[in-house]
Design a protein around this ligand. Structure first.
Ligand SMILES: C[S@@+](CC[C@H](N)C(=O)[O-])C[C@H]1O[C@@H](n2cnc3c(N)ncnc32)[C@H](O)[C@@H]1O
Length: 216
């Protein structure tokens, strides 16, 4: 993992193994509404970098016909996801699995998925790592699958709010290799990976890329 400022991934302990991220709580309703609108009603869904598990808990509750697969690189976060899942007892929420989403080749070991969701990671990793993540996710989709990438981004190379400028500067000060990725760059990578996409403006100046395989 890159060096991160304290503001990048805040999660505090609750009871047991559960962790609580205030930002995850704030953006869960908008992410859940989006995936309910554009996601499949059935099938297999992968969440990359599930974090504390707050999002996948909301998603598995809102889309009960979908089998949700949480994944995380950090063991304490996998424990948190499983603690939330155990408490909720949702039959469609699988145990958290280890996934380093920036390691080449992971798609072959995990695919196929009808829905893949990744939130709030691309700005925390170098561009070369983000390229691997996006390319592998495209490979892991079923032919009719949808890939959703959510988070803060540059718009045509520009930072578009004071909060974004401050956060991006904090990230780059902690590690010059990381920071906000450009929306045009994400578009190019997804297109090169064979996906067509729509971009939605989300609350708190975030974006959601909704990418589907281009029909042959
Ligand atoms: C800012 S948190 C976002 C968590 C959650 N998706 C959310 O939006 O609340 C970033 C997460 O990415 C995880 N992570 C970092 N590098 C990763 C990698 N290479 N593969 C998978 N997960 C990774 C971290 O452990 C952390 O939980």
């Amino acid at each position: 993992m890159s060096r991160l400022p304290a503001s990048a991934s805040i999660a505090t302990p609750l009871d047991g193994a559960r962790l609580f991220a205030p930002s995850a709580e704030r953006n869960a309703p908008a992410i859940t509404a989006l995936l309910c609108e554009i996601g499949p009603a059935q099938g297999r869904a992968l969440e990359i970098a599930s974090g504390t598990g707050q999002h996948i808990l909301a998603l598995a509750t809102a889309l009960p016909g979908v089998e949700w697969h949480p994944t995380e690189i950090a063991p304490e976060r996998r424990a948190s996801i499983d603690a939330y899942a155990a408490e909720a007892g949702l039959p469609n929420l699988r145990p958290a699995q280890y996934l380093n989403a920036t390691a080449p080749g992971w798609a072959a070991a995990h695919a196929p998925f009808n829905l893949i969701y990744i939130g709030n990671l691309l700005h925390l990793i170098p561009q070369a790592a983000a390229l691997i993540l996006l390319t592998e996710a495209a490979k892991a989709l079923t032919h009719d699958g949808v890939f959703v990438v959510y988070g803060p981004f540059l718009r045509a190379g520009e930072l578009t709010s004071e909060g974004d400028a401050q956060f991006d500067a904090e990230l780059r000060a902690a590690d010059p290799a990381i920071g906000y990725k450009d929306d045009d760059w994400v578009n190019e990578v997804l297109t090169s990976a064979g996906l067509d996409q729509e971009v939605r403006q989300m609350p708190a100046n975030n974006l959601a890329f909704i990418a589907r395989r281009i029909p042959l």
